[in-house]
Design a protein around this ligand. Sequence first.
Ligand SMILES: [Zn+2]
Length: 239
Amino acid sequence: MTIIYIFWLCIIFACLYFLFPWIYGHILRKIQKKKALSTNTIFLTFDDGPGNRLTPQILAILKENGIKATFFLLGRNISGREHLVQSSIKDGHMIASHSYSHLHAWKVLPWKLIHDIKKGWSAVSAAVISVTVNAKHVYRPPCGKLNLFSLLYLWICNVPIIFWTVDCLDTWPESKRNINYAAQKIEAEGGGIVLFHDFDRATDSLDSYVLASLNAVIQTGKELGYNFSTIDKLYKKRN
Ligand SMILES: [Zn+2]
């Protein structure tokens, strides 16, 4: 009898800890996608940076095209690259957080993850001189994963959680990559939240892929007359 109770307790725990945040994330992603598509908007988002090689090149492309984007910074990559964060802000882009160490919410203890989220916010705040040290920044969960405690914590902190709807595939295996994939998906769906990565990889072999993919999305968006916006348009109430 005891074994059956333990079994059901484990099932209930797994549903609450993994499944509920996963379903919530899935619904939130759909809502965010609907908002993007209903306004024919493209949200360009860059994760895991800043990077010494890609971030300046991305900023130059965005400036050339008069487009504002959102950078989900990885706390551990900020040190020594604060000037890139400040350049992004100066150019009118939005700065958000992607945690400090990129921990997977299903693979670490919940308090370790919450500590990492807080550490990520502090690193962003330290680089963004105009905000207070304890500021909480818009958050994108690493690998798109949340657990029950990280979700509750973000709710308590009243922090918007942002997902993506189109992946440019720059972290996928070579056989899956396609420079035009994100642009084609944007065209087929009518907008979306596009995910790129601007961190320093071990080699620069993928930098040209990211830049070409970004240029393809911008070109497609402009040809179709779509809007480009920072991610705050997804959760801020219209006046
Ligand atoms: Zn990431």
